[in-house]
Design a protein around this ligand. Structure first.
Ligand code: GLY
Length: 393
């Protein structure tokens, strides 16, 4: 565990931002009362995850539930307050049961889910149940690896012909679970799948000019790359802001575990386009095709992910102008979020960040707080005050 050392004083505004964010996370422990909140706020407030099919309200389903324990583990590292650790630990049983009983596992998002809910407690407090559950999740993720395309299928069951051979840029963030599984087991097959998957995205999901597709299809039988398309972006050939941010952080994390320079170059390509297409205040519109003057919402969650990604990218660059540039742009965006998008001074909301967009084309979670935006904002603040912070990813 990394905690703030004596004499390591964060910039006052970052310290205040952190205090405000942690006060909200602390209040949410009792507000959520052991239930999982919905993916996004409704009118600025998180409600319990709605009941769906066999799942009662507040159940552990979907791809975003782990951002809550992720915030709690960060809270514990930042404060050493046992209330955070207790609330974070309480989630492990639910994630273990989900993996053991194979509940709602037909997704590539097992990386998001199990890295924050189960790898984090293994890294921080050597929690064995967390480790076993994360290894089960990694095994399940491997069942989605499609030969000969060399990609992990993103969505749907493996028999779902509409999703067969399709992956999405977000998937890059799910690869650290596979590198971790290789470290833990000594078996290279997990890491090898992650390397192949990332190389396919490097070659096909990034377009000439540095924009990215949200999703891309391969022929599941021959492995031939077919076509890009969007799901949550404005059009098939626009550049969905959160996808570009996943690209920055995801390729940089894949570099961390492989030291494949082409992955670091891919992260830079995503970063340069993202930074060149920001509005004046530094917080991206939900699709990078929009800018100042467009009557469109921002996506604060894309901004928060990009901050973490830019810091990760800078970590791996040699000391020099480029590294300083990405660090400076990360701090600029983070400070913009704190100043104008955080809920400090907005007690009516229990999110950390306002003005996120989940899925504009489907009108879901538009101009709301988002669980992942909150997590990455807190990670961005933690990275600012704990420069030696050990990643959960
Ligand atoms: N990973 C899903 C999203 O970013 O909306």
């Amino acid at each position: 565990m990394t905690s703030i050392q004596e004499g390591q004083t964060p910039a006052a505004k970052t310290g205040e931002a952190l205090d405000a964010a942690l006060a909200t996370v602390r209040a949410n422990i009792s507000a959520f009362d052991g239930s999982y909140p919905d993916d996004t706020t409704s009118g600025g407030v998180y409600l319990p995850r709605p009941a769906k099919g066999q799942f009662p309200a507040g159940a552990n389903r979907g791809w975003t539930t782990s951002f809550w324990p992720g915030m709690l583990w960060l809270g514990w590292e930042l404060t050493e307050d046992e209330q955070f650790r207790g609330a974070a630990t309480a989630n492990i049983a639910s994630f273990a049961e989900r993996a053991e009983k194979e509940i709602d596992l037909d997704t590539h998002d097992l990386g998001f889910l199990y890295t924050l809910a189960c790898v984090a407690p293994w890294r921080l407090v050597s929690d064995e149940r967390g480790r076993s559950a994360a290894l089960l999740a990694a095994d399940h993720l491997m069942t989605r690896f499609l030969e000969p395309a060399g990609i992990v299928q993103a969505w749907g069951g493996l028999d779902d012909v509409t999703q067969s051979g399709r992956t999405i840029i977000d998937s890059l963030m799910n690869m650290p679970l596979l590198y971790w599984a290789s470290e833990q087991t000594g078996e290279d097959r997990y890491a090898s799948a992650a390397r192949r998957h990332t190389a396919q995205l490097r070659d096909h999901i990034i377009r000439p000019g540095g924009t990215t597709f949200h999703t891309f299809y391969w022929d599941p039988v021959t492995g031939e790359p077919l076509r890009g398309s969007t799901q949550q972006g404005y059009t098939d050939d626009s550049c969905w802001a959160r996808g570009q941010a996943w690209g920055i952080y995801g390729f940089a994390l894949n570099y961390r575990y492989t030291k494949d320079e082409s992955f670091l170059d891919a992260a830079r390509t995503c970063a340069d386009y993202f930074l060149d297409h920001l509005p004046a205040d530094g917080v991206a519109y939900w699709d990078l095709d929009f800018t100042d003057g467009d009557e469109q919402p921002r996506d604060s969650s894309a901004a928060a992910i990009a901050v973490c990604g830019l810091i990760e990218l800078a970590t791996w660059l040699p000391d020099g102008e480029a590294r300083a540039h990405y660090r400076e742009r990360a701090a600029w965006i983070r400070d913009a979020l704190t100043a104008d998008y955080s809920t400090a001074g907005h007690p009516e909301s229990n999110a950390l960040l306002l003005h996120g967009v989940y899925d504009w084309p489907s009108s879901v979670g538009v101009d709301e707080g988002t669980l992942w935006g909150d997590y990455f904002y807190l990670e961005a603040l933690a990275r600012a005050v704990l420069p030696d912070w050990t990643l959960y990813w």
